[in-house]
Structure formats: structure tokens, C-alpha cells
Design a protein around this ligand. Structure first.
Ligand SMILES: Nc1ncnc2c1ncn2[C@@H]1O[C@H](COP(=O)(O)OP(=O)(O)OP(=O)(O)O)[C@@H](O)[C@H]1O
Length: 214
């Protein structure tokens, strides 16, 4: 498995008459089995870079490589799973069903069972039948993580996974990311501005006004 890679990526948005250069020639590789923290203040371009890596946005120039995506029948979202900034849980579905949906789409033999096992691994088994608005924000966040992990992705991209959590819960979520990484060799990219994420990472890179430092 090769790296998840962005090479010399540029991306600008138009805001009225103004051009906002969100990314100015960013090159970043995340190798299988490493945890990378992507730091940067608000507006530095972190989400734009993640969106380009996920194929949700097309760079103006430069190249993004998602391992395995070029193979026939490949689904990039199975290779690179995401925990979005706003979780994206479906309000009408229980936590178990939220997690079962990607398992089903991925053709996993027993999606319900896989969902329960993944929720259990994140200490959420007892909440499986609740709706998202019947659990805490931290529990919603961990459910989004379970939904990303249920397809056993090669890479996991998490946009500010600790932004809405207190220190204790942040530590727990980051420990879970490290455990997943250790157990499955998953490459993890954590974006945010949380010093705790730095402590959990093998490597730290910083975006500043669309340029990657270090
Ligand atoms: N759809 C858009 N249209 C116009 N400008 C945008 C759009 N998306 C992002 N931008 C601008 O591009 C720059 C980078 O935004 P981005 O969301 O990537 O930053 P970020 O580092 O993820 O910020 P945050 O930490 O607040 O989420 C910002 O100046 C932002 O205002």
C-alpha cells in the first residue's frame, strides 16, 4: 500500500471579486501506519487540504494520489475513511444503524454485527439503540469514528476530532485513534489546533496561510 499523497496542490476560492488562496503548493504524504498531526490556525487551509485528499474537492493544480483508487471497482472511501468536523450522523437512525450503513455499502457480510462490534470497541455498545440527539457530543464524535472504522480503512482522516470535547474526552478519542493505528496499521491524519493531537502524533506538520511548514 502506497502513501496517501498530495503533491504541489493549489486551490483558490472566489469570494466576490477576491481570490482566496486556500492552498499554495502543498505537498504532504501520509504513509501506512503513521499518525500525522496537521496543525494550523483557523482559515489556514486544513479542511481544504483534507477535502482534496478525500476527493471531495478538485485541486486547481497539483496531484492527489489515493492508494488503490485507480483499481477497477475501487471505492476511495473504503481506503480513506473520514470523521468530518460536524460528524454527519443521520438523525433518524440509531447509532448502530449509522455505523451499519457504510458496512452494508462496503458489502461486509453482517453489517449489523460489524456495527455492534465496532461500537463496542469504542465503549458505545450500550448506546447502540439510541438516536444521535439522545447521546452526548463526545459519544456522537466517537460514533462518527466508529462509522469511519467499520470498513477497516487503510487511512483515516479526522477533521478536528477533539474540537468539541473536554480534555478527558479528547485524550480518550486520541488514544482510540492510536489504538486503531496500532491494531490495524491504519495511517491517520488528524487536523486541528489541539496540542493534545501533537502528543498523539508520530509527525507534526503545520499549515500557515496555505503553505505547509515542517
Ligand atoms: N467554499 C469556499 N468559498 C470561499 N472561501 C472558502 C471556501 N472554503 C474555504 N474558504 C476559505 O479558504 C481558506 C481556508 O479555509 P479552510 O476551511 O480550509 O481552513 P481551516 O484551516 O480548515 O479552518 P478551520 O480550522 O476554521 O476549519 C479560508 O480563508 C476560508 O475562508
Amino acid at each position: 500500500m502506497t502513501a496517501l499523497r498530495a503533491v504541489d496542490v493549489h486551490k483558490a476560492y472566489r469570494r466576490g471579486r477576491e481570490q482566496v488562496h486556500a492552498l499554495r503548493g502543498v505537498t504532504l504524504e501520509v504513509h501506512p501506519g503513521e499518525v500525522v498531526a496537521l496543525l494550523g490556525r483557523s482559515g489556514s487551509g486544513k479542511t481544504t487540504l483534507l477535502n482534496c485528499l478525500l476527493g471531495w474537492e478538485t485541486p486547481d493544480s497539483g496531484e492527489v494520489t489515493v492508494p488503490g483508487a485507480a483499481e477497477p471497482g475501487a471505492a476511495p472511501w473504503r481506503t480513506v475513511a473520514v470523521v468530518p468536523q460536524r460528524f454527519g450522523l443521520l438523525d433518524e437512525l440509531t447509532l448502530a444503524d449509522n455505523v451499519a450503513v457504510p458496512a452494508q455499502l462496503a458489502g461486509i457480510a453482517d453489517p449489523g454485527e460489524a456495527a455492534l462490534a465496532t461500537l463496542g470497541a469504542l465503549q458505545l455498545g450500550h448506546l447502540a439503540d439510541r438516536l444521535p440527539d439522545e447521546v452526548s457530543l463526545g459519544e456522537q464524535q466517537r460514533t462518527a469514528l466508529a462509522r469511519a472504522l467499520v470498513v477497516r480503512p487503510a487511512f483515516l482522516v479526522a477533521d478536528e476530532p477533539t474540537a468539541r470535547l473536554d480534555e478527558e474526552m479528547s485524550t480518550r478519542v486520541l488514544a482510540t485513534l492510536r489504538e486503531v493505528h496500532a491494531a490495524a496499521g491504519t495511517g491517520v491524519l488528524i487536523a486541528g489546533h489541539d496540542p493534545l493531537a501533537v502528543a498523539a502524533a508520530d509527525r507534526v506538520v503545520q499549515l500557515s496561510d496555505g503553505v505547509l511548514l515542517g
